[in-house]
Design a protein around this ligand. Structure first.
Ligand code: GTP
Ligand code: MG
Length: 196
């Protein structure tokens, strides 16, 4: 799959306010700072398309990007950032769930996990909720450039094992790095397959 055009098409808090054109949507979720917005930029090869930050809590709305005039990439706020006030955390949770449960166009939710760390309980809780709600998802381990190859391999193996305690079969799992471009082609090919 080649991305020839990527256009920001709007930010919204409520799903009723998303761009009016109904097209297939592929969304990105995960803990704050895991690299959702950066990955969207890397997929589109446009560094400034989605706003990123070294500090967690950057994306606070649902952002739609129209790709090749035929489908959307959707950047979501992150969950699990402890330093936000209770009120803001609750609000972000509502925005995330409002979108995930409300979009009939959501083809696949990419759940991003940081490849350097063990799967956190907040991630498991989120993944289990998705399973119960029947939301189709796949997993992307991000920031794979930050570990050496054997440390990365061990951590991914451990994380896969953790996930296998909850699911007999794992959904598709991708490894990504916005630094090296790792995973880009595989993720885009997967989207292409789902669009067919
Ligand atoms: P929120 O919007 O706050 O939920 O965060 P986010 O998940 O959108 O993360 P964002 O894309 O803003 O990236 C957070 C930080 O991680 C930034 O400093 C990025 O440069 C960095 N980052 C993201 N992906 C990678 C990666 O693959 N490798 C490396 N080395 N850094 C990355
Ligand atoms: Mg973001």
């Amino acid at each position: 799959m080649k991305i020839t055009q990527a256009i920001f098409s709007g930010s919204c808090r409520f799903i009723k306010d998303r761009p009016k054109r109904r097209l297939p949507e592929f969304a990105f979720i995960g803990r704050s700072n895991v690299g959702k917005s950066s990955l969207i930029n890397a997929l589109c090869r446009q560094g400034q398309l989605a706003h990123t930050s070294s500090k967690p809590g950057k994306t606070q709305l649902v952002n739609h990007f129209l790709i090749n005039n035929s489908w959307y990439l959707v950047d979501l706020p992150g969950y699990g950032y402890a330093k936000l006030s209770k009120g803001i955390k609750a609000e972000l949770g509502e925005i995330i769930r409002g979108y995930i449960n409300g979009s009939e166009e959501l083809v696949n939710l990419f759940v991003l996990l940081d490849s350097r760390h063990d799967v956190q309980s907040i991630d498991l809780k989120f993944l289990l909720e998705l399973g119960e709600a029947g939301v189709p998802f796949s997993i992307i381990f991000t920031k794979c450039d930050k570990l050496g190859s054997s440390a990365l391999e061990n951590q991914i193996k451990k994380n896969r094992e953790t996930l296998m305690e909850y699911w007999e079969e794992l959904p598709p799992v991708f490894l990504s790095s916005t630094e090296s471009g790792k995973g880009r082609e595989e993720i885009l090919d997967y989207i292409e397959t789902l669009l067919k």
